[in-house]
Write a protein that binds this ligand. Sequence first.
Ligand code: GLN
Length: 188
Amino acid sequence: MRVGVLAVQGAFAEMEAYWRARGAEVFEIRQTSDLGRGMDMLALPGGESTVQGKLLNDLGLFAPLKESVAGGLGVFATCAGLILLAERIDDPGGSAATRPEQWFGVLPVAVRRNAYGRQLGSFTTRGEFDGRHDVEMTFIRAPAITDVLSPEVETLSTFDGRPTSVRWRGITAFTWHPELNMHGPGVV
Ligand code: GLN
């Protein structure tokens, strides 16, 4: 499997290691010419979603990637990547609809950024993921999924009564960081 990892900002090195450890052929997406290499899956790393969105736009990557994602390209997204995909942003003043150049807006969930607080918002817990028990889950200034906007969205894990990872069509998206716990039970 060929995985293109968005490598403009954030924890892309960890994402690359995660996929290499699973036997994937990995390449970095930094500019539009990288898209010509062809991929089976797009991996969107954690980081800062507003910065990533702006860079995607500045680099001319946003429109072609949005077209691919909307067209059904498989996506594996963590944290900031989930925020980029979400149909609705629940921040005050934030909305994928009002900033269409920064958010793909395809995944039918609503998210609130930094939902667990900015400074103390990082923690680890263990729980069930997609039928697997005792999976380690690291949250780093994580968003919360505040609403699921389609019955087609499958919830794979929860914390505090809210979904923390979801699957919808070819997209698997996490509010936590599976790529940081690769020494624990593999999650995909
Ligand atoms: N708080 C970040 C954001 O809003 C996401 C944090 C992360 O990716 N670990 O984009």
